[in-house]
Design a binder for this molecule. Structure first.
Ligand code: TXA
Ligand code: MG
Length: 336
C-alpha cells in the first residue's frame, strides 16, 4: 500500500480523508497532543486495522474522538456532574473522560471488552475539521508502532507506518507533545489513570478532589490497560538522572568507561557535558514535553548505546513528562 501525505491546509484533504475513513480505512491525523491513527469507531473491521498496523495488544482500548459535547449522551449511559464540569472546562483539549458506555454503540474492539469508553474532543483545527467532515466518532490511539515513542510530526508517523496506512494528514509539529490526561469519572472521586496535557492542578480547580497519579506507587492503574505495556521507549536503554551537572558528568564518564556511546537529553546548562550526542530538552516543562518524543526518535538515528535523560520538576505538565520518561527508562536511575 502506498501512503499519501495530505496537507492540513488543503481543504480537499478532508474530503479525501473522510471518504477513506467512511470506506473502512485508516487515516493518521494531528491533534494538539500527538498524532492519532483513526478509524470510524462503529466499524469493527476498520478498528481491527488499527491494531494490525500498530501491532497493538487487543486488550488495550482506544480513545474515541468526537466533535461536540452534545454527542456524549449518545454514547454513554450517564454523565456525572463532575464529568460535565470537566468537559465544559477542558474541551476541546487534552482530557480523555472515561464513562460507562452504552452497549453496542461502538465496535467491541474499541473498548476492548470494557464497560467503559474514553472520549475526548481534540483541540486541533485539522482533527476538528476531519471529525466534522466524517460526522462519526473516530477511534484513535497514538499513530506509532506499539511501544515506540508517540509521533509529534507527520514524518514520525511515516517512519513507523509507511506502506501500512493509506493517508496521513500533515499538520506540522503538535503543540503539547505528550498524550491526553485520562480520567475515570465512573468512580468517586475521579481518578487520573494517565497524567497528560491537562494537569492535576487544573483538574482540581474544576472538579475538586481527584485521585492523583502521583500517589500511586506505580502510575499503572488497573483500569487503564495501556499503561501496563512498555511505552514510549527509544531503542537504547534509558536512565534517569537528576538535574545536577556534576553528577551527570560523573555518570557519563562512568558509562563511557563501560564502553558506551552516550546520548544526553538535558537543558542547555548541560551542553558542555562530554557526550557523543547532546539533545537540548529546552528549559520549561512545556518545551521539554513538546520535544521529548522527537529526541527519543533522534536517539534512534545515532549509534548511542545508552541514553541519559535529566528528569524535570514534577509540576504542571512535568508530571506527565516524568511519567513518560520513567516508562521509557523502565524506572531505572543511573547509580553512580
Ligand atoms: O492524546 C491522546 O490521548 C492521543 C491522541 C491521539 O488523542 N491518544 C492516545 O491514545 O494516546 P493511546 O491509545 O495511545 O492511549 C490511550 C490510553 C491507553 O493507556 C488506554 O489503555 C487508555 O487510554 N484507555 C482508553 N480507553 C479506556 C477506558 N475505557 N478505560 C480506561 N483506560 C482507557
Ligand atoms: Mg499510545
Amino acid at each position: 500500500m502506498e501512503t499519501t501525505i495530505l496537507q492540513a491546509i488543503d481543504e480537499n484533504a478532508y474530503v479525501v480523508a473522510s471518504n477513506a475513513l467512511l470506506n473502512g480505512n485508516l487515516v493518521a491525523f494531528p491533534t494538539e497532543t500527538v498524532y492519532g491513527l483513526g478509524a470510524v469507531a462503529t466499524n469493527e473491521q476498520a478498528v481491527e486495522k488499527i491494531f494490525q498496523a500498530k501491532g497493538r495488544p487487543s486488550d488495550n482500548p482506544l480513545i474515541v474522538h468526537i466533535a461536540s459535547i452534545e454527542q456524549v449522551s449518545e454514547y454513554v449511559t450517564h454523565i456525572p456532574e463532575l464529568a460535565k464540569l470537566a468537559m465544559e472546562a477542558f474541551w476541546p483539549g487534552a482530557l480523555t473522560v472515561v464513562l460507562n458506555a452504552k452497549p453496542n454503540v461502538f465496535a467491541s474492539n474499541v473498548t476492548a471488552g470494557l464497560p467503559t469508553v474514553g472520549l475526548r474532543i481534540p483541540n486541533h483545527q485539522a482533527a476538528l475539521r476531519l471529525l466534522q467532515q466524517v460526522n462519526a466518532p473516530i477511534a484513535a490511539p497514538s499513530s506509532n508502532v506499539s511501544g515506540k515513542p508517540s509521533p509529534t510530526t507527520a514524518n514520525h508517523v511515516l517512519q513507523d507506518l509507511d506502506g501500512k496506512i493509506p493517508y496521513i494528514i500533515n499538520g506540522g509539529e503538535t503543540g503539547i507533545g505528550v498524550e491526553s490526561t485520562v480520567v475515570d469519572f465512573t468512580v468517586s472521586p475521579p481518578a487520573i489513570l494517565r497524567p497528560g496535557g491537562i494537569t492535576e492542578e487544573m483538574l482540581q480547580n474544576v472538579v475538586g478532589t481527584v485521585v492523583s497519579a502521583k500517589l500511586k506507587s506505580d502510575s499503572d492503574a488497573p483500569k487503564s490497560p495501556g499503561m501496563k505495556y512498555a511505552h514510549y521507549a527509544p531503542n537504547a536503554p534509558v536512565y534517569m538522572v537528576d538535574e545536577n551537572v556534576e553528577n551527570v558528568t560523573k555518570a557519563v564518564l562512568q558509562a563511557k568507561q563501560n564502553g558506551n556511546a552516550v546520548a544526553l537529553i538535558a537543558p542547555p546548562t548541560f551542553s558542555k557535558v562530554p557526550v557523543e550526542y547532546y539533545f537540548d530538552s529546552g528549559i520549561t516543562n512545556e518545551e521539554k514535553a513538546q520535544k521529548l518524543y522527537a529526541h527519543f526518535r533522534s536517539c534512534n538515528d545515532t549509534n548511542a548505546t545508552i541514553i541519559f535523560v535529566v528528569v524535570p520538576a514534577r509540576q504542571g505538565v512535568g508530571e506527565a513528562l516524568f511519567n513518560r520518561i520513567e516508562k521509557a527508562a523502565a524506572n531505572k536511575w543511573w547509580q553512580s
